[in-house]
Write a new protein. Structure first.
Length: 422
């Protein structure tokens, strides 16, 4: 046996240094990614609240305006409101006032910030970690680059098709346009669920709707308002069509808001995005959102409240509940040869989940157990057994992208054990 000399110690130390450096890079990369996700999500939510809040307010205000005999020329109507101990008298001009006011408040950065922060969040979560959240190889064999390219291309193409439909005058026929737009979004959802992971598909359709909404503000509503301002400054009468087309797009945004909010938060609910009929769940959600908005719009306008809306909404929610109970997309329905035991469950979880959900994860890029959930010991598995069922038996949300290749049979074992343990 060769004697150990100083060179061996130096080599061992160098090796340890390289290992520590690699671990350090992985750890800091994970920490930076996590904080970027948190800060961007925070900004996205705050901006969206501001945008949606102002949008809902102005739609409600617009619908509640009442014509009066004593109003200035060109005023469509007024509304009296009370808030925070004060009274407000608000008037809306049909096109624009006769001259430009000294001060004018623009509502646009709420929308722009919502989209910019949302797209940045999409890059951090779905593009940089596409193998976990955008790709599911049990659905389609895609590389992260291919999935990201597909996502970007479909985002741009869907908006261009919508914009073309609006600019060719199709949007002026409200009901056919609404039905056509609904069928278009449902078809996209069906396609996405057969290309991307369930979570990725839900996020993609939400990103498309959000992009359409922000593009309405950026490419038409604000430019039209600027044209009106230019006309006023020049002493000209603004074109009434500018306000009419802006209003048209604003109404589109109003009816798309509720579905996009549900889709954006759906990543927290695996029984929505990671089950067999996930695309039908989206189809129902896309229908329920506008129906519910219709109720509030009618009330704001002072018309008879369509109470039937809540019956439709309740039926839709019940339908989603039953659809979410259908299990994963490739559910195993064969009868098992024997009743599974806790030991069988532990073996599956230890082999498919514990490399990430452990006190010391061994999966590259993960330095702490996701959500603080550890599944590396029998007592931890038993404590989290219902959660395991929700994400890996009744849905296929975990492992994300099925990166550890959990089989249909293994999911069936988990489901059968949970069924007998009730």
């Amino acid at each position: 046996m060769r004697p150990i000399d100083a060179t061996d110690y130096m080599g061992a130390a160098a090796s340890r240094g390289i290992t520590i450096a690699i671990v350090g890079k992985v750890m800091w990369g994970s920490i930076i990614s996590e904080w970027a996700s948190l800060l961007l999500r925070w900004l996205h939510v705050v901006a969206a609240i501001a945008w949606i809040g102002s949008s809902f307010y102005f739609i409600a205000l617009d619908l509640s305006l009442k014509p009066r005999a004593d109003l200035p020329d060109g005023v469509q109507g007024e509304a009296w409101q009370v808030h925070g101990g004060g009274f407000y008298r608000i008037m809306k001009y049909l096109v624009a006032p006769s001259q430009m006011p000294d001060e004018l408040t623009w509502f646009k950065w709420e929308a722009y910030t919502t989209w910019l922060s949302g797209f940045a969040l999409m890059v951090v979560v779905y593009y940089l970690e596409a193998d976990l959240f955008l790709v599911d190889k049990s659905i389609l064999e895609l590389t992260p680059f291919q999935a990201g390219l597909f996502s970007l291309a479909s985002l741009a193409l869907a908006w261009l098709l919508y914009e073309a439909a609006c600019r060719t005058g199709l949007a002026q026929r409200e009901l056919p346009f609404a039905i056509g737009g609904y069928l278009f979004l449902v078809a996209l959802t069906y396609a996405f669920t057969h290309v991307l992971s369930g979570r990725g598909a839900f996020n993609q359709i939400a990103a498309i709707i959000g992009t359409i909404m922000v593009a309405n503000v950026f490419t038409l509503i604000i430019p039209n308002q600027k044209k009106i301002v230019v006309s006023l400054i020049a002493g000209q009468t603004p074109d009434p069509k500018l306000g009419k087309t802006s209003k048209e797009r604003s109404v589109h945004n109003n009816y798309l808001t509720l579905p996009v909010v549900v889709l954006m938060i759906s990543n927290h609910y695996p029984l929505l995005y990671a089950t067999k009929f996930n695309w039908i769940i989206v189809a129902i959600t896309l229908a329920l959102g506008p129906v519910i908005r219709h109720f509030f719009n009618e009330r704001h306008a002072g018309r008879k409240s369509p109470w039937w809306v809540w019956g439709v909404a309740a039926a839709g929610v019940v339908a989603i509940l039953f659809l979410s109970a259908a299990g994963p997309r490739e559910a195993k329905t064969a009868v098992l040869s024997a009743q599974p035991t806790l030991a069988d469950v532990e073996e599956i979880v230890m082999s498919r989940c514990s490399m990430c959900h452990a006190a010391e994860p061994v999966w590259a890029g993960i330095v702490t157990a996701p959500k603080g959930i550890q599944l590396d010991a029998p007592e931890h598995i038993d404590r989290n057994i219902r959660l395991i069922g929700r994400v890996a038996a009744w849905s296929s949300a975990m492992p994300p992208g099925n990166v550890t290749e959990m089989t249909r049979e293994e999911r069936a074992v988990l489901a059968a054990y949970l069924e007998q343990a009730r």
